[in-house]
Write a protein that binds this ligand. Structure first.
Ligand SMILES: CCCCCCCCCC/C=C\CCCCCCC/C=C/C(=O)SCCNC(=O)CCNC(=O)[C@H](O)C(C)(C)COP(=O)(O)OP(=O)(O)OC[C@H]1O[C@@H](n2cnc3c(N)ncnc32)[C@H](O)[C@@H]1OP(=O)(O)O
Ligand code: FAD
Length: 665
């Protein structure tokens, strides 16, 4: 998509003129500093200016096969450039976050990157689960892309219940090898990104058998394809799983094993080991095998934020440019952003970008702290990290998927165009609700922790993310963010208490604890969701309160957005507030009118705020969202790229339509 620097849409000029703060200051604040903004822009330029990373034809007009071929071509260019950055000593986490994630990554490869899993799961698993010797052997090869790997855990029959995986790895002490097999159709690996035709290695998660006993699932490094010919190795059955709702460039694959032998040292043995004679040594915690999933859930919260930034930037700019209908018959058609319902659709989404951003930062820091503790053999904080990562991943990806769809709907018919980049963005975001742990399942993991926390009150008081469960009180209503936070905590605590009570009652009435859990699971999911909301609200408030290094103008906007996020959350949970706190119908009316006041306060700054997100036109890739607001020109320009427009009459007219018309004469 080209950028027209000559002419900025008049409505956008007006919007920018009335903005009360400096959007650049917001950009630096979100990036972390002015220097970090410069680095990000330099990085974007480094990738986006490369002619090899531009497509001649829009990707959506390619066939499935062509799409893969174009994607793998670009993916190789991307990773060659990533290596260049590495060689220059610029291998920071931000490079990977952006080039693999929803910001820069999805601009270059809007249908997903077939090599993402190499960096996001293959290398992290080698690092997290391999011994020092295994890391010495594999990390360099992987890091320098001498090999390309993926993470093959999910099977046709099991994705969630990984203890039920069926792939077997049986140890043979006579040759000191594991023999991998796929004993059933449902044991075939199914889904791993890049597995179809890209990766030549995989971390394969399989049931380990040694000395006649099954020890549960463990990770193995398996070579899949010949180094030179790329042909599948003996006993490896491999292919691509076909078209999906989105992400059709990620080359997700299937994989079966027929007596595939790998050396003993191909089992990643940092946590548990198999000795040459077949003796099994248990891990200090069986859940350490699940470590890579925790890592990816943590980075997904930040990634969901990137997609939301893109989608709201598109929808807000378009809403400022688009005129439709009438508010007063005497006036010209207004900008659609002046309809309060439109503001209600979009402004809470702007606010949620900040909520996700602050919680993602918090989660990343805590993840790093707990990982260092794990390295030192201290496991105490892992359950709390797992619980909070599960619920933030679930709540933020679910909200992001709904939010992107809301943005699409808010752009009317033009939002349905591929060239708006909203349908493609939705395809990428909605997948996040399923992969790396289906969201309901993850909320139930958090609920498990909440119930335990409720039952062990003495310990819970020392756990930062849940101590409120045993400390909350029902404060009288005030029109304040503090009241909303305390009320959402109260709602969560009461939901947890009720769910614990109902499980208890069911068990007392003779139900098995597992059945009692399942019968209470609707309440449990709701409690975990409320916990996620309370966490997002609290983190938002603590972060905004602690900000001292921004101008008063920006701080005012940050507070307004925080208030909007809080009030909007409260209004989404009106039923729960009325049920679990002493607030009354008239208090809800106060919240409703506060929401309306906030929409009005944010209205003049809406374009300025999304400008402050600083998503470049190339990264946005949207006819509706570009900085200059030349929406209609861009829609036409994109339509002209349709291959159908390359000739005035398509040959099908003579072949089908004309004979049909004639036959009706
Ligand atoms: C180094 C290079 C730098 C690279 C940088 C990269 C940065 C990139 C950023 C780019 C940004 C974004 C790009 C993202 C692109 C991502 C693409 C990802 C593609 C998708 C991949 C996948 O989907 S992989 C497969 C994922 N699969 C799952 O998630 C499966 C879900 N199921 C499970 O997790 C478990 O089976 C489940 C938890 C549901 C149940 O397990 P089970 O063994 O049955 O356990 P339980 O009996 O229920 O529980 C037992 C106890 O264990 C606790 N527990 C469970 N899981 C964990 C865990 N992970 N950690 C810690 N503890 C855990 C559980 O709570 C129980 O505890 P309790 O005390 O007994 O109650
Ligand atoms: C785009 C994409 C990329 C992926 N990439 C990879 C990859 O690279 N590597 C890899 O190994 N896997 C990958 N996956 C697989 C992914 O991790 C699984 O699809 C996911 O974990 C969900 O498992 P499932 O498909 O078996 O769903 P299921 O578990 O069958 O879920 C179906 C329904 O059952 C419900 N359900 C299941 N269990 C429970 C429970 N205990 N309690 C309540 N409800 C339950 C769910 O809530 C859901 O509503 C990918 C998936 C997608 C969509």
């Amino acid at each position: 998509m080209t950028t027209n620097n000559n002419k900025i849409n008049a409505d956008l000029l007006k919007e920018r003129a009335k903005c009360t703060f400096n959007p650049k200051e917001l950009t630096h604040f979100l990036d972390g500093s002015e220097q970090k903004t410069l680095e990000r822009k330099e990085r974007e330029k480094f990738f986006l200016d490369d002619p090899e990373l531009k497509s001649k034809v829009p990707m959506e007009y390619l066939s499935h096969k062509e799409k893969y071929e174009e994607n793998i071509r670009k993916a190789c260019v991307i990773f060659r450039k990533v290596q260049e950055l590495q060689n220059e000593g610029k291998a920071g986490m931000e490079n990977y976050r952006e080039i693999l994630g929803g910001q820069l990554g999805s601009a270059i490869l809007p249908d997903g990157n077939p090599l993402t899993l190499h960096y996001v799961m293959f290398i992290p698993t080698l690092l997290g689960q391999g011994t020092i010797e295994q890391q010495t052997e594999w990390i360099n090869k992987a890091w320098n892309c001498h090999i390309v790997g993926t993470y093959a855990q999910t099977e046709l029959g099991h994705g969630t219940f990984i203890r039920g995986l069926e792939t077997t790895a049986v140890y043979d002490p006579s040759t000191e090898e594991f023999i991998l097999n796929s004993p059933t159709l449902t044991s075939y690996k199914w889904w791993p990104g890049g597995l179809g035709h890209s990766a030549n290695h995989a971390i394969v998660v399989a049931q380990l058998y040694t000395q006649g006993k099954c020890h549960g699932i463990h990770p193995f490094i398996v070579e899949l394809r010949d180094k030179e010919t790329h042909m599948p190795l003996k006993g490896i059955i491999i292919g691509e799983i076909g078209c999906k709702l989105g992400m059709n460039g990620t080359n997700n694959g299937y994989l079966g094993f027929k007596n595939v032998r790998v050396p003993r040292m191909h089992m990643l043995m940092k946590n548990s080991q198999v000795h040459p004679d077949g003796t099994y040594v248990k891990s200090p915690s069986s859940k350490l095998t699940y470590g890579t999933m925790v890592f990816v859930r943590v980075v997904l919260v930040a990634d969901a934020t990137s997609y939301m930034k893109k989608a709201v930037t598109i929808a807000v700019r378009y809403s400022a440019v688009r005129h439709q209908s009438q508010i007063k018959t005497s006036d010209p058609e207004p900008q659609i952003i002046d309809f309060v319902t439109q503001q209600y659709k979009l402004f809470p989404l702007i606010a949620s970008v900040f909520a996700f951003h602050f919680s993602a930062n918090w989660l990343w820091e805590v993840y790093n702290e707990v990982t260092s503790e794990l390295e030192a053999g201290k496991l105490r904080n892992l359950p709390e990290l797992h619980a909070v990562a599960c619920c933030l991943k679930a709540v933020c990806t679910a909200d992001a998927a709904l939010g992107v769809e809301q943005c699409r709907l808010s752009c009317g018919g033009h939002g349905y165009m591929t060239s708006s980049n909203l349908p493609g963005t939705y395809g990428l975001v909605t997948a996040m609700c399923t992969y790396e742990g289906e969201n309901t399942v993850l909320l139930l993991q958090t609920a498990r922790f909440l119930i335990k926390s409720w039952q062990n009150k003495e310990e819970t008081i020392h756990l930062d993310t849940v101590k409120y469960l045993v400390q909350t009180e029902d404060l009288p209503f005030t029109k304040s963010v503090n009241w909303i936070i305390s009320a959402m905590k109260q709602v969560t605590a009461r939901k947890v208490e009720l769910a614990a009570k109902h499980i208890d009652e069911r068990v007392k009435s003779g139900k098995a604890p597992e059945d009692a859990w399942n019968e209470t699971s609707v309440e449990l999911v709701s409690a975990a969701d409320a916990h996620g909301r309370a966490f997002l609200l609290q983190t938002y408030a603590s972060t905004v309160e602690s900000i001292t290094n921004v101008s008063p103008q920006l701080k005012t906007v940050l507070i307004q957005l925080q208030e909007l996020y809080s009030v909007n959350t409260a209004l989404r949970y009106t039923g729960d507030l009325l049920r679990f706190t002493s607030c009354k119908g008239k208090d809800i009316e106060v919240l409703q009118s506060w929401l309306e006041q906030l929409l009005n306060l944010i209205r003049p700054n809406a374009v300025g705020i999304v400008d402050g997100f600083d998503v470049s036109d190339e990264v946005l890739s949207s006819a509706l969202g570009a900085y200059d607001g030349n929406v209609y020109e861009r829609l036409f320009e994109e339509a002209s790229k349709s291959p159908l427009n390359s000739e005035p009459v398509n040959k099908s007219f003579h072949q089908y339509l004309k004979p049909f018309l004639k036959s009706n004469l």
